[in-house]
Each structure stands twice: as C-alpha cells, then as structure tokens.
Design a protein around this ligand. Structure first.
Ligand SMILES: [Fe+2]
Ligand SMILES: [Fe+2]
Ligand SMILES: [Fe+2]
Length: 424
C-alpha cells in the first residue's frame, strides 16, 4: 500500500467535530458553529487579515472542547455565569499538542477573560491574543440569541446587554463592530441559519490542503486524548486500543503504511464519545437502560463525524465498525462478517481485549485466564474474528505488555494534564 494522498479541507473536519461536541444536548445545538460565525464577522468588520480570521473560525468551532460534562456545557449558557471553570485551560492544553492547532489553542485559553477596561490585554505575563476577546464577545452574543423567539425581535435586547458590558467585559472596538453588524438583518439570520456551516466555509475561504500521513497521525493522537481525557475512567482506553491494534497488525503482516493507518483508525475509534456527556462515561458500574442507549450511539457518531471527509473514508470504515459483530448482532449497522473489512474486525478484537483487561477506577481488569476464556467464547459465538483472535492468543503476553506500556504512558500524560489544569 502506497502512502495515501490526504487532501482535505480542515474546516470540514473541524466543523464536523464541532457539531458532534454540540450533540450532547439539543439545548446547545450548533453553539460552536454560531460562535465561529459571529467571531468571523466581527473580525471581518474590523479588517483583520484573512489568515487570522480563519484561525479564529477554527478556534470558535472548538472553543468549548474542554468542557466535558453536560453540566459544564449547560452552565456556560448562563450569560452572567461567573465561573467558566477550567474548560478554557483544558481545551488549550489539549489543542496545543498538535502543532497546526497551536495558534487556536492560544485563542481558546483566554476565551472567557474579561477585557477589564484594558487589563485583559495581558494575563499572568502572557499577551492575550485579540482573537480571544473576539471569541468571548461572540460566545456571549451566541448564548443570548434564542430560537424560541422571532430572531429579529431579540436584537435590541442583545445590543443593550452587550453595550452595558462594553469596556468592562468586552473590548470596545469589537463591541462597536458588533453594533454595526447588529443593524443588519442578515447577520442575525445567518447565525441561526441551518446553512451556517456553509456560509462560514465560503466566506472564510478555506481550501483543500495536503495533509501528510504524519500530520494525520499527530491529529489522531490529539483526538485520542480529547476523547480519553473526558473521563478518568476512559483516560487511557484509545491509547491502549491503538497500541494493541498496531501490534496485531504487525503480527498479521500488514505493511508499515497500513499499520500507521490502523493506528490512526484506532486512535479515532471512539471519536463519537465527544457527543457523550462525561456523566455517563464516568458512571461507576453498570449503566441503566437509558444511559446504555445513549452510550451506544457513540459508534454511529464516529461514523458521522468522519463520513463527510472523503479522504478519510478508509479510516472511517476501520474506526466506526468496532461494535459490529460477525454474526450480525453488533451495531450500528448490524453488518455481518462478509460486510466487514478485516481491519474493522481487527479493531473490534483490540477494543474488546483492552476493555476487558484494562483497570478502571471501580474495577480491576481481567487476568489472563479469564480474558482468554472470554475471547474464546466470543469467537465461538461468532462475535469476534477467529483469524485475529488466534494471533492475539498466540502472542498474548507480548501484546498485553504492549497494551500495559501504552496505557502507563497515557496515564502519566493524563496526570500531567490534570496537574497543568490545577496550576491555572
Ligand atoms: Fe467557553
Ligand atoms: Fe461557548
Ligand atoms: Fe467504542
């Protein structure tokens, strides 16, 4: 297999992630894209350079990525909410690990910092980028605008609410730019439009760009942490699945490039958990029926996020089919063995293996004998692929050591992340 040519529009990828982040509840639907849109228009009104505007759009689309729980997301809808908490720092720490996102990370870090009549230009000796202040303003405008009343009937109230905080919370030139925009109907109608994504993409001028396989691996590692760090309970899961998938792939003779693509797919297999509130991920012990039904939607969301991105179609099929079972009892498509690519079946085995052997805060993982027993049973019941399970059982100790090493590395990264947040 030759190195794949990955040409994608970064906005397409980021907006797909953004929409998933907002699926936690209908109340926050499209929040990220609305903030991206409003901050873009403010920057455009102020004649900021187009590169800076595009970066602002991407930051707007992911600005609350560090707010993991539904409670946090709902609290942020309160206009006067005084404690935005640690989600800005969490978002910053996660995003900055991927070099192309570093600029966005800086914007996200300070997106709740008040202007403070000018003191908001610096924070703890660090210069605050002006884009952070644009995000703060855009975020508050977005939460004031509701779908429950006719859009244009709300304009005056929102203008007044924002003007009252000019200087104290919001940067004055940005407020002026907003007031100029506020007199134009299209500005308001586009915020709530179903086509807001299309409007931003077109206006900001994002282009298809070449992404190398190395970029893609780095991006998938970033997402792997965003997914896993949502909860202490899952903090190392995707890292474990990625390491085991690659080890299986090597033993099965996949090429180097295929192994790297498998790494990307495994890192992204639980991407849809972005739509699952951490309250469910963090529940100790068994989920009730409603919670289980919410939880099982995550695989479909993995599919849904990756589906619009043509260049990632192979990655998508390898990542999003990890809950399918050979006998057709899996989900979300109920595919059978003939319909499942070998790598999808491989990732499914890796996912089960890691899930049963990893320790969780409320229980220890299974020991070798029990794990082997369960894997054999699931193979006999035609859930898991025998070709893959055979390789796993032949190399059990070595693959298990690989898993443990990867998860130990991930847990120390997680602890570093928690510590850095506490320092803030
Ligand atoms: Fe926020
Ligand atoms: Fe927000
Ligand atoms: Fe999963």
């Amino acid at each position: 297999m030759a190195a794949p040519e990955i040409r994608l529009n970064i906005f397409e990828l980021v907006s797909s992630l953004a929409k998933t982040l907002d699926m936690m509840s209908p109340v926050i639907a499209d929040h990220h894209l609305r903030v991206a849109y409003i901050s873009f228009r403010i920057a455009q009104e102020l004649n900021w350079p187009s590169d800076e505007r595009r970066e602002l759009v991407l930051a707007g689309a992911l600005h609350d990525i560090g707010a993991f729980s539904l409670t946090e997301r709902l609290n942020l809808l309160d206009f006067e909410y005084a404690q935005p908490g640690k989600h800005s720092m969490a978002g910053y720490l996660l995003l900055k690990r991927f070099p192309p996102f570093e600029g966005m990370a800086d914007l996200v870090r300070f997106h709740h910092l008040p202007w403070g009549n000018g003191t908001g230009i610096m924070r703890k000796g660090v210069t605050v980028p002006r884009g952070s202040h644009a995000l703060n303003l855009a975020d508050r405008i977005a939460i004031l605008l509701s779908r429950d009343r006719p859009t244009l009937a709300q304009v005056n109230d929102i203008r007044e609410a924002i003007t009252r905080l000019k200087g104290q919370v919001f940067e004055p030139d940005m407020v002026e730019a907003f007031l100029r925009l506020a007199s134009k109907d299209y500005f308001w109608l586009e915020i709530l439009s179903d086509r807001v994504e299309y409007t931003i993409g077109k206006a900001a001028g994002f282009q298809l760009k070449e992404m190398t396989l190395t970029d893609l691996i780095e991006f998938s590692k970033l997402m792997c942490q965003v997914i896993d760090f949502k909860s202490e309970f899952t903090a190392t899961h995707s890292s474990g699945v990625a390491a085991v998938s690659m080890a299986l792939a090597r033993f099965m003779g996949f090429s180097d490039i295929e192994c790297q693509m498998i790494n990307v797919s495994a890192n992204l297999h639980d991407l849809g958990k972005l739509a699952i509130p951490s309250e469910i991920l963090e529940k100790a012990g068994k989920l009730d029926d409603d919670e289980r039904n919410v939880m099982r939607t995550h695989v479909y969301f993995t599919h849904q996020i990756l589906d619009p991105i043509e260049a990632l179609s192979v990655i998508k099929s390898w990542a999003a089919l990890h809950q399918e079972r050979l006998n057709g009892t899996g989900y979300p498509f109920r595919y059978t063995r003939e319909e499942l690519p070998l790598v999808s079946r491989l990732v499914a085995v890796a996912d089960v293996f890691v899930a049963i052997t990893e320790n969780r805060p409320y229980r220890n993982g299974m020991g070798k004998d029990r794990a082997i027993g369960l894997l054999k049973k699931m193979t006999e019941e035609k859930e898991l692929e025998p070709l893959v399970v055979k390789v796993l059982l032949e190399h059990f100790d070595s693959i298990n050591d690989t898993r443990i090493a990867a998860q130990e590395k991930a847990i120390s990264e997680y602890e570093e992340f928690i510590l850095a947040m506490e320092e803030e």
